[in-house]
Design a protein around this ligand. Structure first.
Ligand SMILES: *Cc1c(COP(=O)(O)O)cnc(C)c1O
Length: 338
């Protein structure tokens, strides 16, 4: 697979570390748990969108864009990484932020990723929840175009075949790390949302015939829709890579039992996962994505789905900046030191 054929603006800190989680593994008493640290991609507190943006922003540059636009939820990590990448390239950045949670909490609306969006010089516009955000964005982009700006629009989550190349690249990187360290890996688990991460990973894994099952833990859509979104994007990504048909429908597996009340609304399992990772491994998860992914991992270990003697890699997709928008979800009153 020859990724160097595609324009790419190298900016992420790669390869990200692959680490064994001894204390978490011991606490759960099941498989050996490893973590792939894509929370450490380096750009403005890191996260998975940086890998996608390496390819998307290179395409924007190649097309002569002087500004980029994207859209996401209020506390979108994708919007923040896009704002940061645009700052680095000297491009303008305008963000459409969708109010998916209806929260009027001050931290949620102004701190965390929203603060960072503005620090990187991006302008933002809000939209109520439930609309067609990609259509809204194209309408606003036309407004800028009418003013003479050369706008490159990026779909929500950076999830199109160009963005998914970033996770084809991650699949190659991980398999190289497993091989170099003699690690036989039985499962890879991660949080799945706009589908680009899972679509890129499964395309890369299948193109290499890695033989490692991939499980996405959903954060928004029901299972059938999530798997369909991932599969459709994986097929388009494989086509772009020149290996059409490498991904079968059965290769795409999502478990959406850990969404809870809805996108961006913290769950008990997610808050427990945040506490376990922070207290046992000094790793920060976020309540919207990585904590729900980790809640799925933890629950599936407790239910015996992942077993002793197996080795599971959890791909940490980042998001900890959102913690500062969610401080009201935590209650430390009355806690005692260990
Ligand atoms: C966007 C995001 C995800 C989901 O990745 P997709 O490619 O959108 O499926 C997971 N974790 C974090 C922290 C994210 O920001």
């Amino acid at each position: 697979m020859h990724l160097a054929r595609f324009p790419r603006h190298f900016l992420a800190h790669l390869p990200t570390p692959l680490e064994r989680l001894d204390r978490l593994s011991a606490e759960l008493g099941g498989p050996e748990i490893w973590i792939k640290r894509d929370d450490c991609t380096g750009l403005s507190t890191g996260g998975n969108k940086t890998r996608k943006l390496e390819f998307l922003m290179a395409e924007a540059e190649a097309q002569g864009a002087d500004m980029v636009m994207t859209q996401g939820a209020t506390q979108s990590n994708h919007a923040r990484q896009t704002a940061a990448f645009a700052a680095k390239l000297g491009m303008g950045c305008h963000l459409l932020l969708e109010d998916r949670t209806g929260s009027d909490n001050a931290s949620y609306n102004t701190n965390g990723n929203v603060l960072l969006d503005h620090l990187h010089g991006a302008t933002t516009e809000k939209r109520p929840g439930g609309g067609d955000m990609n259509a809204e964005m194209e309408a606003v982009a036309d407004r800028f175009r009418a003013e003479g700006r050369r706008v490159y629009t990026i779909p929500g989550g950076g999830s199109n075949p160009t963005g998914a190349l970033g996770y084809v690249n991650c699949a190659f990187e991980m398999l190289g790390q497993f091989n170099d360290r003699g690690l036989r890996v039985d499962h890879i688990v991660h949080a799945t949302g706009s589908a680009g991460t899972q679509a890129g990973l499964i395309t890369g894994l299948k193109a290499m015939n890695a033989g490692i099952p991939l499980l996405g833990i959903g954060v928004r859509a029901p299972r059938a829709r999530q798997e369909e979104n991932v599969y459709t994007l994986a097929c388009a990504t494989a086509e772009k890579l020149g290996c059409p048909g490498v991904v079968a429908r059965a290769d795409v597996v999502a478990n959406t039992d850990y969404v809870g009340e809805g996108y961006g609304i913290p769950t008990q399992g997610g808050l427990e996962a945040i506490a376990m990772f922070a207290e046992l491994e000094a790793i920060l998860l976020d309540p919207v994505y990585s904590a729900k992914g980790a809640a799925g991992l933890i629950d599936l270990i407790r239910k015996g789905h992942f077993r002793k003697g197996e080795r599971v890699v959890f791909l940490h997709t980042g998001g900890a900046a959102a913690l500062f928008g969610y401080d009201s979800a935590f209650d430390f009153a009355g806690r005692r030191t260990r």
